[in-house]
Design a protein around this ligand. Structure first.
Ligand code: FAD
Length: 479
């Protein structure tokens, strides 16, 4: 028996859920197929568990800082099993938002099973054949695992099984210096592991401006995280009568051995494209393995669309949902109406302490793209609320179009940077400049006052000198 749908969505993560929801909201008949867990990576293995773990790690860290916070004595004991119970509780708490029950009530037909695409209008799941006008691909990505000799001899961790750990490793190796590696390296170090972070590049957080990354790098060093950069992991060996696990790394100084109890692989994520005959479907892949789409998020097969980690170029929950809107609307209303995906204002945040949040361009990106800019900075150590919180550490940088107050990017490295960036996202989206942020009342004392602070620095640097000279004369004459 075959049934006819307007849209069949494959994958029940952030991208799939939103495209199914929007399709149902405009009264289309839509099926959502998920083979594993509704909510995908974000809920089950990504954003939610990682942020829950980071919360506990911050609490433990604050206890260690008790004297700085004016408390004579404080201590705590970490049981990773209990910490992970809390992490799973948080997943359970949020689970109903992404559940089959909720999506069914929203008008989506949810199907559990592995989807196969027979042809551009036919999807098979379990024993069902679904005929459809369009297919939306939202199968996400999975942790990339590099071919390290001997890796198969150990139980290694990725974001998929990290949350099953019950015992805090004494020595924890984190492979990879990107956002996920950094967030987890700091969290485990704060919980009490001796962490070594191994990165092939010149430094961790390579996509960030050097001065921005240095705030996190210095904090990592203070917190005892060993950073091994320009180090290529080549082999894992089990050594000696104690059967000690050792990671071998090639470095410019020669081979380095890093003994460990647990290892986390966080070297990137690859699109989930296995199990489909893309060539037969006439769909192309990009060199990095993602599905190739055009500016309407259509694949080369014009009724098949793609969104989320499966297509990139970003790998965030909010970009997955942003793309999902374009997939749902373009698939259902094209050729009557179709919209080009808009990547003009994309924010993101790395939840280390301090956090790094960005929207638009940073200096590195502007230089690479040959875009002229002026940069204005505000030192977070000057901010009253940051001082009272003992969190006066970091910097806020805004890039503007030369000679104007038009914002082309903002980067904040600070406590709560992920919250502060919101005002710049809003400003960029609505083409509001620094003059307007300066003229907006911000409650005192708050962290968000830093945004007004940086606008003030910009204004001072751009005050018309001739007008100030005239004013000086005017006031002198009136004295
Ligand atoms: C540790 C970690 C921390 C992160 N933190 C953040 C963060 O703080 N902020 C942020 O914005 N992003 C974060 N991310 C990234 C975020 O989780 C992803 O960008 C987001 O989940 C992508 O959503 P998606 O729908 O594209 O893919 P996914 O969430 O991976 O969903 C794809 C779904 O498709 C299903 N599927 C695959 N193949 C089939 C098939 N053939 N049939 C049926 N179903 C199929 C899968 O089971 C999966 O459920 C983090 C990721 C990780 C790993």
């Amino acid at each position: 028996m075959s049934e006819r749908f307007n849209n069949v969505v494959i994958g029940g993560g952030s991208a799939g859920l939103i495209s199914a929801y929007i399709s149902a909201a405009v009264k289309a008949k839509v099926a959502l197929i998920e083979k594993h867990k509704m909510g995908g990576d974000c809920l089950n293995f990504g954003c939610v568990p990682s942020k829950a773990l980071i919360r506990t790690a911050r609490f433990v860290h604050d206890i260690r800082r008790h004297q700085e916070l004016g408390v004579k004595s404080a201590s705590c004991e970490v049981d990773l099993g209990q910490v992970m119970d809390r992490v799973h509780d948080k997943i359970k708490h949020i689970e109903p938002h992404d559940s089959i029950e909720r999506y069914t009530s929203l008008g989506v037909e949810c199907v559990t099973g592995q989807a196969e695409i027979f042809d551009p209008h036919t999807v098979k799941v379990n024993d069902r054949i679904l005929k459809t006008n369009n297919i939306i691909l939202a199968m996400g990505a999975s942790p990339a695992v590099p071919p390290i000799k001997g890796l198969d001899q150990v139980v290694y961790r990725t974001s998929e099984n990290l949350w099953d750990m019950r015992v805090l490793p004494k020595r924890f190796v984190v492979l990879g210096g990107g956002p996920i590696g950094c967030e987890m390296a700091q969290a485990f170090a704060r919980l009490g592991s001796k962490v070594t972070q191994v990165e092939m590049g010149r430094r961790i957080l390579e996509r960030e401006d050097e001065d921005v990354a240095s705030f996190v790098i210095n904090r990592f060093r203070e917190e005892g995280i060993q950073l091994l950069t320009q180090a290529k992991a080549t082999e894992i060996r089990i050594e000696g009568p104690e059967k000690e696990k050792v990671l071998l790394c090639e470095t410019p100084q020669g081979e380095i051995k890093v003994p460990f109890d647990e290892i986390l692989i966080a070297v990137g994520r690859r699109a989930n494209t296995k199990g489909f005959d893309w060539e037969k479907l006439g769909i192309e892949l990009n060199p990095n393995g993602t599905i190739k789409v055009d500016e309407y998020l259509r694949t080369a097969q014009k009724n098949i669309y793609g969104c989320g980690d499966l297509i990139g170029p970003y790998q965030f929950t909010h970009t997955a949902s942003h793309q999902a809107w374009f997939c749902a609307v373009n698939s259902l209303f094209s050729p009557l109406k179709k919209f080009k995906v808009d990547y003009r204002v994309i924010p993101w945040c790395t939840f280390t302490d301090p956090e790094i949040a960005q929207v638009g361009l940073n200096e590195t990106m502007a230089k690479k793209a040959g875009i002229a800019y002026e940069v204005t900075s505000f030192d977070m150590s000057d901010l009253d609320r940051a001082i009272t919180e003992s969190e006066n550490y970091g910097i806020l940088k805004v890039l503007t179009k030369p000679g104007t107050d038009q914002i082309i990017g903002a980067t904040i490295v600070s406590h709560l940077a992920g919250e502060l960036i919101g005002e710049f996202v809003q400003a960029m989206k609505n083409r509001i400049g620094l003059n307007s942020i300066l003229g907006t009342i911000h409650a005192y004392p708050t962290f968000i006052e830093a945004n007004k602070g940086v606008a003030g620095v910009w204004k001072k640097a751009h005050a018309p000198q001739w007008a100030l000279r005239m004013l000086e004369k005017f006031h002198r004459a009136r004295r």
